[in-house]
Ligand binder design. Structure first.
Ligand SMILES: [Zn+2]
Length: 179
């Protein structure tokens, strides 16, 4: 399975505009649900192709795995969006911020394709109004899916080529879907 062989390339301005859109969308959700915890889910994939059939498949598979981690009755809202800049989703949940973060990190680490996902967890009640980090909860930092080193280091040092990263993703996805 080759993930990045089709799809419309997104340029940096589109990706940045989407980032602004997301930040505003999250603020609006926090206003609408001031007591709840909000999970913002997106893929963490390099390059300019952010959406195609394979990418949608990976995302929706992860989306359902993540939802399974929470009790259905605590979920207030589920929004799955098919954006050109990539599929993304939001879950509004009546769940403690820390518990939601712990469940999300477990999904990112333990589920085979979890490292391809970014789940940000936030609530209006959180003091900073911002997102909870792994390190603030004493959880391990995110690992690079190519070499297992801290992902931030590999990103900063640009340790891996685009081809290496795409290959690692293809291998991971092929192993998972068995194709
Ligand atoms: Zn690495």
């Amino acid at each position: 399975m080759q993930v990045f062989t089709s799809g419309v390339e997104q340029d940096l301005s589109m990706i940045l505009a989407n980032k602004d859109w997301r930040a505003q969308f999250q603020l609006d959700l926090m206003e609408q649900f001031p007591q709840a915890t909000i999970l913002a889910i997106k893929l963490n994939i390099p390059g300019n192709i952010k959406n195609n059939q394979s990418i949608e498949r990976i995302f929706s598979e992860g989306w359902f795995r993540l939802l399974e981690k929470f009790n259905e009755v605590t979920i207030l809202e589920e929004l799955f969006l098919h954006r050109k800049t990539g599929p993304e989703g939001f879950i509004v949940i009546r769940e403690d911020l820390r518990n939601a973060k712990i469940a999300s990190v477990d999904f990112e680490q333990a589920w085979p394709l979890g490292r391809l996902f970014d789940v940000d967890v936030m609530s209006k009640q959180n003091l900073s109004g911002g997102q909870l980090s792994r390190t603030s909860l004493g959880l391990p930092v995110r690992q690079c899916f190519v070499c297992g080193a801290p992902a931030k280091e590999c990103a900063r040092l640009q340790t891996h080529t685009k081809a290496e990263i795409s290959k690692a993703i293809d291998d991971m996805v092929t192993a998972y879907f068995g194709e």
